[in-house]
Design a protein around this ligand. Structure first.
Ligand code: CA
Length: 227
């Protein structure tokens, strides 16, 4: 994991970076709010260990700006005071966990490990309405029921799920699922047959239909479902 340590106390920051490095993480440190936001915006930050009391602007503002900019990585907040207000504000602003100073470095490492695991588990799963795709196992469930999909059908569903709420064109499906390059006879019929079979499995047994045809464009997986 690429961990950004945001801490203005050089001694603490140094100890954290060394310990994270020894655990196999790629750790970097910044010492103020603006530098932290700039680092997140540059990219390459998977997880943040974030002190709340910082020069420039504080850790809560860093968190708000990072989340507002679309950054979704886990955040472990460090707070000097055991103030309930700070914790609540931190969690409200999008922190995943917090530690009260003074803390043992081993405790930080344990929390980072837990957050990294949780992040990996979430990335291997995609949920749209009552549909759940396990990207590692290549399996899909709807309303908890395992769907009997062929590998191609799963790939079609995965592409639709990754663009849930937006139309997916037959061209996109041809390229992503069939590795097809544009050619004279498109794969449209093959794609339509697969989507029809997919619908029989994903939609027919259930009251709410999720896969909708967008005429002249392609298909959309509804994130809310349509009757
Ligand atoms: Ca501080």
């Amino acid at each position: 994991m690429r961990v950004l340590v945001v801490e203005d106390e050089a001694k603490i920051a140094g100890a954290l970076c060394a310990a994270l490095g020894a655990e196999g993480h790629e750790a970097a440190r910044v010492g103020d709010g603006p530098a932290a936001v700039a680092a997140v915006e540059r990219g390459g930050v998977d997880l943040m260990v974030l002190d709340l009391g910082l020069p420039g602007f504080d850790g809560l503002e860093v968190l708000r700006r990072a989340r507002a900019g679309g950054w979704r990585g886990p955040v472990l907040v460090l707070t000097a005071r055991d103030a309930v207000d700070d914790r609540v504000a931190g969690l409200d602003a999008g922190a995943d966990d917090y530690l009260v100073k003074p803390f043992a470095v081993a405790e930080v490492l344990a929390r980072v490990r837990a957050l990294a695991r949780r992040g990996a588990a979430e990335a291997s799963r995609l949920v749209v309405a009552d549909l759940e795709l396990d990207i590692v196992e290549r399996r899909a469930r709807r309303a908890g029921r395992l769907l009997d999909l062929t590998p191609k059908e799963f790939e079609v569903l995965l592409l639709l799920a990754r663009h849930a709420g937006q139309p997916v064109t037959r061209r996109m499906l041809a390229e992503a699922v069939w590795n097809d390059v544009p050619r004279a006879t498109p794969l449209d019929n093959v794609i339509d047959v697969h989507v029809a079979r997919l619908r029989r499995k994903v939609d027919d047994p259930f009251a709410v239909r999720l896969i909708r045809t967008v005429r002249g464009v392609g298909f959309v997986l509804e994130s809310a479902g349509c009757a």
